[in-house]
Design a protein around this ligand. Structure first.
Ligand code: EPU
Length: 345
């Protein structure tokens, strides 16, 4: 029997799958994992589906949804250690912690998705990323290519191999490790992260001196900035940033700057540790004339062109066609490959 995936993807694509399993505990996750192994079908773990694009109308396999809730804090002398069910909504956790005076997540306010997804994707915004506070990730190993029965395990922060929007869960353990719980360490003492200029600008506009901002001020500012720039997935289907910001070699950046001296760019190490220059994908897409444009029912957001949208009834294929057309244009004009941040299924 097929199962609709409409409520499980923020793009609002009308796809379905063969079977949907929601697990509410580690035990249920283990049972689900055993079923995955014996089913012979492909599978994919999802959270709120805020970073996924169902390319075809039908996914001929099993979608596994983490529905584990619960926030379990342990107060320690200088910090709070907190174990959170992967099915908790990310922004509910940020709100819960900011409201209690536990700091570290406030710059990541209003990011759609679940806690499990935050650990898989290493979500990031406004100078912070989830990995800054993650200490451990618990889950179930289920390897389709081995005869081993599924088993419980956990990875400490350093074993998760976090980088910009990357982790071991998106790479070597992709679809092999089903997250159950994520552990965070939060601070009791607050120090605002103000590295992103938009936050300072917003605070000053609200009459708040940035260095004196509280965590609640930062949360409020981030929410306001995001609401101004990013379309609400409840109203317009989207999955946030569709592409990652590319990191190019210093030589390529210098060459492009000769023609486009105003190109925004930031020195940053590439994920392999070599010297690199990050260029906003939004700027590249805008330069190619795509800002606010559409191809059929797939659109490019007029305020933040890094976000592709479902203008109503778009198919996964329509979004893919728009994405690949943009990629080809950016490559032709700048010699830069854009890589999707969104996962294609
Ligand atoms: N820009 C343009 N034209 C535009 C919009 C932006 O040229 O229409 C350029 C500007 O130079 C601007 C720069 O792009 O300074 C960066 O824009 P923005 O601050 O909106 O951030 P971003 O790099 O496009 C990233 C994350 C967002 C996160 C913001 C804020 C990625 C892929 N995206 O976007 O994350 O909210 O920074 O930190 O890294 C997401 O992952 O879904 C997401 C929304």
């Amino acid at each position: 029997m097929s199962q609709s995936l409409r409520p499980y993807n923020t793009f609002g694509i009308d796809a379905d799958c063969q079977e949907l399993i929601c697990y509410h505990s580690t035990e249920e996750c283990l049972e689900a994992a055993q079923h995955l192994k014996t089913s012979g079908l492909p599978w994919i773990p999802i959270g709120e589906g805020s970073n996924i694009l169902f390319v075809n109308q039908h996914f001929p396999g099993i979608v596994v949804h983490n529905s584990i809730t619960g926030i379990h804090p342990e107060e320690q002398e200088y910090s709070i250690l907190i174990r959170v069910g992967g099915g908790e909504i990310w922004d509910d956790l940020v709100d819960y912690c900011t409201g209690r005076g536990w700091y570290g997540l406030e710059n990541l306010s209003l990011i759609p998705g679940t806690v499990a997804a935050s650990a898989v994707q290493n979500i990031g915004a406004y100078g912070a990323e989830a990995a800054d506070c993650i200490v451990k990730v618990e889950g179930i190993y289920v390897n389709p290519d081995s005869d081993d029965a599924p088993y419980e395990g956990s990875l400490l922060h350093d074993e998760c191999r976090y980088g910009y929007r990357s982790s071991i869960f998106k790479d070597e353990l992709k679809d092999i490790f089903l997250v159950t719980y994520v552990w965070f360490r939060l601070r009791r003492r607050f120090k605002p992260t103000l590295s992103h200029a938009a936050i300072e600008r917003h605070l000053i506009k609200d009459g708040i001196e940035p260095a004196r901002a509280t965590a609640k001020d930062i949360r409020k500012a981030v929410i306001a900035i995001r609401q101004q720039k990013l379309p609400d997935p409840k109203l317009t289907g989207n999955a946030g940033s569709f592409f990652m910001n590319p990191v190019v070699t210093p030589e390529l950046a210098t060459k492009i700057l000769e023609t486009y001296p105003d190109m925004p760019h930031y020195q940053t190490p590439a994920n392999d540790g070599t010297e690199g220059v990050k260029i906003p994908a939004a700027w590249l897409i805008e330069q190619c004339g795509w800002k606010g444009k559409n191809l059929g029912k797939a659109g490019v957001n007029p305020r933040q062109p890094l976000v592709l949208t479902n203008l109503g009834g778009a198919t996964g294929q329509e979004i893919v066609t728009l994405a690949t057309t943009i990629q080809a244009d950016v490559y032709r004009k700048f010699g830069i490959e854009l890589h999707p941040e969104v996962r294609f299924v």
